[in-house]
Each structure stands twice: as structure tokens, then as C-alpha cells.
Design a protein around this ligand. Structure first.
Ligand code: DGL
Length: 270
């Protein structure tokens, strides 16, 4: 057993869709969540900069004694997962990749839509996922410009949010997709809207439950599972009040939120 916390991070509130699954699978684990809301969104940024942020956050989480780090962000995983594993070889990391594999296995039409940020589509990780798993399935990719910001402000159901999704999904629907992959951890919070737009014949894939199972498997293999805790701690590089309100809207959680400050965008002053 290891009673140190699981560290989870994202550019903002997206990783909460992963935290929710980890929490429901392993309620006895302490979790420390870091939302880099001082820098959100990551999607349009340069890969090198996202890598620097990710390293600073990993260092911060390790200072808080995290026993495992979940990169609950497809964009940060695309930009930094390999680098983080090389830089901190003793630390187990779990990252996100667009769920092309289950989608390719399930599609009947052989046509699958993928929604993710520009940086995720640019990264080598996505290219490798497509090469390994697309298996002749045709992929229709789209970014959802502005959607992350809508979700950050808790605007899950407005006309503007619907329009962003409609614009991204319509060309895919016209191409007869029957499966859509949510390749950004923010997007599961608008699943009701996605389902309304795509209709019941299109399957929506959120990889968060599979990622939570992977975290559990890794902890089990290393004898690190904790069933005696359950404390959640939330930290942001943005406004504490904003994350506090998102916790309420997105997860129904009432919790204190701590604020940290970045030094030169490379190091976190706790
Ligand atoms: N939640 C993120 C992801 O999974 C990042 C979104 C963003 O900051 O642009 O890609």
C-alpha cells in the first residue's frame, strides 16, 4: 500500500472528467488535481511551451509526493508524455491518446470522427495512434475552436457552444460517420449536446473510464493501491473562485481551491 496521492493535471477543468472516473473506481485514493488555468487553452500553443508547462507541473506534483501522475489532457500528452517519462524515469505516468483503437473496432460504416485540439492533431502521438489502430478506417478530424473556453466558463448548453459543436460535427455527419471520438478531456462535459447533434445512431467515445482502469492496473501491479484515504485537493494557476465554481457545476463538489504562481512560466512557486 502507498497512501501518497494520485496527481492529476490538465490545462484547466478538462481533467476533471478523468478525475471523476478515477474517483468512482478508487474512492479510497487521495487525489491532488492541478488545473493550469493561468495558461488555458493549451490547444493553440507551441508544443515546446506545453512541454515546459507540463514539466513544471510534474515537478510541483512530485513535491506534493504524488505516487503516480495522470496527464489528464490529450494536448499535454501529445506534447510532453514521452519527455516526462524520460525526465522522471522513476515515476509512473498515465497519459491520454485519442481513442481511435476502440472506435476502429466498433465502427460499421468504416468512418469515424475525431474531435481534438490543433496541438493534439499535430503531435507524433496522434500520427502513431492512427498508424497503429486506424486499420483502413477513414478518419474525419476537426478542432472545436473556442469550445474549451466555453467549458471553462461553465457554458455547457448555450447557443454559442451548440454552434461550435455543430460546425465541427456537421461535415463528419455528411460523411456518414457512426462513431465520434472525444479527443480532449474537456469535451465529455458537453456529451449531452454532442449526442443531441449526432443523434442516436452515432456512438460517442469518452476514453476517461479506460484511463481510470489503466491507473488502477498500474497501482495494483506496483502494490500501491490505497483504500483508506479519499481526500481531494484542488490547485489552480488561475482564479480560485473560477475553479471552485466549475467544481460545483461540473462535478457537484464543494471544495476549497488553492492558488499557485508560476515563476517565468517554468517553475511553480507553491
Ligand atoms: N483538456 C485538454 C485536452 O485534453 C486541453 C484543452 C486545451 O487547453 O486546449 O486536450
Amino acid at each position: 500500500m502507498n497512501t501518497e496521492p494520485i496527481g492529476v493535471f490538465d490545462s484547466g477543468v478538462g481533467g476533471l472528467s478523468v478525475l471523476r472516473e478515477i474517483r468512482s473506481l478508487m474512492p479510497g485514493e487521495d487525489i491532488i488535481y492541478f488545473g493550469d488555468q493561468g495558461h488555458v487553452p493549451y490547444g493553440p500553443r507551441a508544443m515546446g511551451q506545453i512541454q515546459d508547462f507540463s514539466e513544471g507541473i510534474a515537478q510541483f506534483l512530485l513535491k506534493q509526493r504524488a505516487k503516480i501522475i495522470v496527464v489528464a489532457c490529450n494536448t499535454a500528452s501529445a506534447a510532453a508524455l514521452t519527455y516526462l517519462r524520460q525526465t522522471f524515469p522513476e515515476v509512473p505516468f498515465v497519459g491520454m491518446e485519442p481513442a481511435v483503437k476502440p472506435a476502429a473496432e466498433k465502427t460499421q460504416t468504416g468512418k469515424v470522427g475525431v474531435l481534438a485540439t490543433p496541438a493534439t492533431f499535430q503531435g507524433a502521438l496522434y500520427a502513431s495512434v492512427v498508424e497503429r489502430f486506424a486499420n483502413g478506417v477513414e478518419l474525419f478530424q476537426n478542432t472545436c475552436n473556442g469550445l474549451v473556453q466555453q467549458i471553462e466558463t461553465g457554458d455547457l448548453n448555450s447557443e454559442k457552444t451548440r454552434q461550435i459543436l455543430q460546425n465541427a460535427l456537421q461535415p463528419m455527419l455528411e460523411n456518414n460517420i457512426d462513431t465520434v471520438v472525444l479527443g480532449c478531456t474537456h469535451y465529455p462535459f458537453v456529451i449531452p449536446l454532442v449526442e443531441e447533434i449526432v443523434g442516436e445512431k452515432v456512438r460517442v467515445i469518452d476514453p476517461a473510464p479506460a484511463v481510470a482502469r489503466q491507473v488502477k492496473r498500474l497501482l495494483e501491479t506496483r502494490g500501491m493501491i490505497n483504500e483508506t484515504g479519499g481526500i481531494l485537493r484542488f490547485v489552480t494557476s488561475g482564479e480560485a473562485a473560477a475553479l471552485k465554481s466549475s467544481l460545483n457545476i461540473l462535478l457537484g463538489i464543494n471544495s476549497e481551491v488553492e492558488t499557485i504562481i508560476w515563476k517565468n512560466d517554468l517553475e511553480i512557486v507553491a
